[in-house]
Design a protein around this ligand. Structure first.
Ligand code: FAD
Ligand code: GLY
Length: 370
């Protein structure tokens, strides 16, 4: 007899794991299938910034509201997950300093000036707290709430806590096919077929093949990001430095994570010399001393992108038993807690903000991001 679950989840990155945690905690019988190892794909490549302000370019749109809501969920989660899993998700203090070199960049940043979470700091004051910063900056916007976490630690903590609440996690178990039978959904994997009442596709950039299989024409494409980490030999950075998709993040271990390139439609996950060179070039314009620091390692990951660069979070338009949580692009770490809550609430029948569901629905008209 096939084993039956309330909910099956495809994909054990931070998004799938957050969903497994929230549903198992709500009392659902959950199984999660992971093709390789939990959290070892795009999730492990991330810097871990919770960049609701920094990534949103100062616009107070739905992305910003959802990002801020998810940022605040992390406050309670770090305590709960510590208690439930014993894992510290390593939330930093300090936030992001978004640098301006030109008057135009300053104006763009100062769109956030009316927010109590934003503070413009002139170049002299920046240099006082961040002596490592380049001489020629005009100043920086300080966003203290855009803290960072350790992505793999968050994923592992969700995993351990989900299992504690009864979820089953099957690693090295790719889902091969989903069959929509009348009485239940059948999930064919390499270790057999399972059935479930509800299914969530959360397999990152690899979710695209399930769209096709489940009768949808949507697609996801990768935006490859290459990073390098170095051992910081100077004073620790008080704030993450951020400018034009380049960032330098201080880790507790003493490492600096330096990222990242943006290469659309590249599926190869090995970093290239040219990519790392570009990252070092940009980072050293922000912090010249970084060039002298010993390299720890280089890596790359595939951001799952939709055409408008916002995720799909919601139900299949024609089959209510199937949900999607994919396409989190540059912000999957930030959005993992809220995505877990939205999918949980849809499945257990709790209300979810209509404007959020509308913004992230599958089948929306996606303006092409330029
Ligand atoms: P993944 O982590 O890729 O997980 C998907 C999982 O599905 C994988 O483990 C895969 O093995 C599995 N899978 C695939 N196919 C199948 C199948 N058929 N059956 C079973 N399992 C399957 N976000 C932030 O918020 N802050 C940051 O600072 C940040 N920095 C980043 C830096 C870089 C360089 C990159 C590349 C990304 C960054 N991101 C950041 C984005 C973030 O990493 C992603 O949005 C997030 O990891 C997506 O998570 P996911 O769970 O959807 O995908
Ligand atoms: N959010 C940082 C990145 O995707 O590189």
């Amino acid at each position: 007899m096939k084993k039956h679950y309330d909910v099956a989840i495809i994909g054990g990155g931070i998004i799938g794991m957050s969903i497994a945690y929230h549903l198992a905690k709500a009392g659902k019988q959950v199984v999660l299938f992971e093709a390789s190892e939990v959290g070892k794909q795009t999730t492990s490549a991330a810097a871990g910034m919770l960049g609701a302000h920094a990534e949103g370019e100062g616009y107070e749109d739905t992305f910003f509201q959802v990002g801020r809501a998810s940022q605040s969920l992390y406050e309670k989660l770090k305590v709960d997950l510590r208690h439930e899993s014993g894992i510290d998700i390593r939330t930093s203090a300090g936030g992001i300093m978004k640098v301006a070199f030109t008057e135009e960049e300053k104006q763009a940043l100062c769109r956030m000036q009316h927010l109590s979470t934003f503070e413009w700091i002139d170049a002299g004051s920046v240099k006082k707290c961040m002596p490592q910063m380049a001489e020629n900056i005009l100043g920086a916007g300080l966003i203290k709430e855009d803290v960072h976490v350790e992505p793999y630690a968050v994923c592992r903590a969700f995993w351990k806590a989900a299992v504690m609440y009864g979820a089953e996690v099957k690693e090295c178990t790719p889902v091969i096919e989903v069959k929509r039978e009348k009485e239940a959904l059948a999930i064919r994997t390499t270790v057999g077929t399972f059935t479930c009442d509800d299914l969530t596709v959360a397999s990152g950039v690899w979710s695209g093949r399930f769209f096709e299989e489940l009768g949808l024409s949507h697609s996801l494409y990768p935006v490859k990001g290459e990073c390098v980490s170095v051992w910081n030999q100077g004073p620790a950075l008080e704030h993450t430095i951020y400018h034009d998709h380049c960032y330098i993040v201080q880790r507790d271990s003493g490492k600096l994570v330096v990222g990242a390139t943006m290469k659309p439609n590249e599926w190869q996950t090995v970093p290239t010399l040219g990519g790392i060179e570009a990252v070092i070039q940009k980072a050293s314009q922000l912090m010249p001393s970084i060039k002298e620091m010993p390299i720890d390692q280089c890596w790359a990951g595939l951001r799952p992108a939709t055409n408008d660069r916002h995720p799909y979070i919601g139900r299949h338009p024609e089959d209510q038993r199937i949900l999607f949580a994919a396409g989190h692009y540059r912000n999957g770490i930030l959005l993992a807690p809220i995505t877990g809550e939205i999918i949980r609430d849809l499945i257990i029948g709790k209300p979810v903000k209509k404007e959020w569901l509308h913004a992230f629905r599958i089948g929306r008209k996606e303006a092409l991001f330029v």
